[in-house]
Ligand binder design. Sequence first.
Ligand code: GLV
Ligand code: GLV
Length: 334
Amino acid sequence: ARPRVWVSQPLFGDIVARLGEHFELDAATDVTIWSPDAIADRLHDASGALVTLNERIGAGEIASATALRAVANVGVGYDNLDVAALHARGIVATNTPDVLTETTADMAFALLMAAARRVTEGERWLREGRWTQWSFDTLLGHDVHGSTLGILGMGRIGQGVARRGALGFGMRVLYHNRSRLPERIESNSRAAWVDLDTLLRAADHLVLVLPYSSATRHLIDAAALAKMKPTATLTNIARGGLVDEDALADALSHGRLAAAALDVFEGEPSVNPRLLALRNVVLTPHVGSASLATRRAMASLAVDNLIAALGHGPRAGDPPTPIGAPAAGGIPAK
Ligand code: GLV
Ligand code: GLV
């Protein structure tokens, strides 16, 4: 029998079909919420799996998956994978960096600007029929151009955000990362390294673009928020768990932070009701990389990764994007 491959969610049919040239396909046709037991069941006699951030794959899920040799994540973040547990079993794990960098950096800017200039707040206000007469001081926000952009986590996406800020909006760009980037990359990104404390204090607009792990959980907590300017905005396009959402709601409701824009949430898809109730927060449903072209490129790369990792195709045995050490975008525990 041909090796079996599990695809956990519907992706693009024409792209997923390429797996069918090499493997027996077990592909979800509807959006599915998989329990850990159901995941273990699907992996039980699979050689490979193509999964999304919805599916957590850890020691329990792979315990009886004796044929499993590769797990391809559709996404750059892979906190849903227990990479150590996979590696301990000799299972290759891959992700989809690079193809989503510019699209996600675009979205960071969309969110940052929406928060700074109160775009979605204004739209809601208008739709509620509250616009009765143009007035001089309606919805005054904070400037983006010429301000100081702070980037926490300077991987590929962080560098894309930096370039947009420096070249497009004349921003002064500061970043913090666990390691300083080589000078060539710093100068391409027009960004200067600072320590975390300085970044928090200096940023007019802070963007989070770093990997999530137990070491970065609630990195932005009450103490970190207290260091930020009351006129600043916070944009999160990485993972919700980086931010203590209750502390953020406190800061936003007490005027200690001007606004926030969040594409990711700690308990997504449910959103902290305190954030839902606030007018000065922009909320989007984890769509940072969601352009048609980029989602197709991500699906395609994940399929290539799986085919290569399972020893087929032109890159057999040489998956283009294996996950090894955490990506360069990280910062150390606080
Ligand atoms: C999505 O959040 C991703 O990590 O690609
Ligand atoms: C994440 O690792 C990125 O590409 O920025």
